[in-house]
Design a protein around this ligand. Structure first.
Ligand code: ZN
Length: 192
């Protein structure tokens, strides 16, 4: 994973890093790791997440292994522009739940000299690209695809298996509703 992070850090410019993958692949853990490093270097860090995701906390981003960092919960991604005055590094978790405005917002922040680190699900439970992640991957300077381990066969997994029959694209949940599966073991659930 480390290889996807810039070794030669850009100077006097912003840039965009995207951490993409399925559930249980350690995306938020990796986001927290990078943001903590920036905080240790005394850089001013701001963290945002969408209102839809208050599974573990209203006011923090939390990984499945229970690491956390304080964050601001927002409805509209455009709020990042007005809520990040003075920030040098901005972290955004669960980016797939924001509108396509996130493309403009991230570009604007990076153009203003900010390091933007975005984590999100790159595919929905059917295995279809989950907007706006494909667009974010296209505009990012640095991309990390994090893989989980298939619960069925142990192969590297990049798909999120839903264990319910609902046809809704978004059902917020964790290990009770979802598990990581590889291409071979993933299937599209028959919808009720
Ligand atoms: Zn498998």
């Amino acid at each position: 994973m480390i290889d996807s992070v810039p070794h030669l850090m850009p100077k006097n410019t912003g840039w965009i890093e995207v951490i993409a993958g399925c559930m249980f692949s350690g995306k938020t853990e990796e986001l927290i790791r990078r943001l903590r490093r920036a905080q240790i270097a005394k850089q001013k860090v701001k963290i945002f997440k969408p209102k839809i995701d208050v599974r573990y906390s209203e006011s923090s981003i939390v990984s499945h292994n229970e690491q956390s960092l304080p964050s601001e919960t927002i409805d509209d991604i455009n709020e990042v522009l007005t809520h990040s005055k003075g920030a040098q590094v901005i972290g955004i978790d669960e980016a797939q739940f924001f509108s396509n405005d996130i493309i403009n917002v991230c570009n604007q922040l990076a153009n203003d000299g900010i390091r933007v680190i975005v984590a999100g699900l790159d595919q929905d439970y059917r295995g279809a690209p989950f907007e706006p992640m494909p667009q974010l991957l296209a505009i990012a300077e640095y991309i990390t695809k994090s893989l989980a381990i298939c619960v069925v066969c142990g192969n590297p997994a990049d798909k999120t298996q839903r264990k319910t029959t609902s046809a809704e694209r978004v059902i917020v949940g964790a290990a009770d509703i979802y598990e990581a599966r590889c291409r071979k073991c993933h299937y599209i659930p028959v919808e009720a």
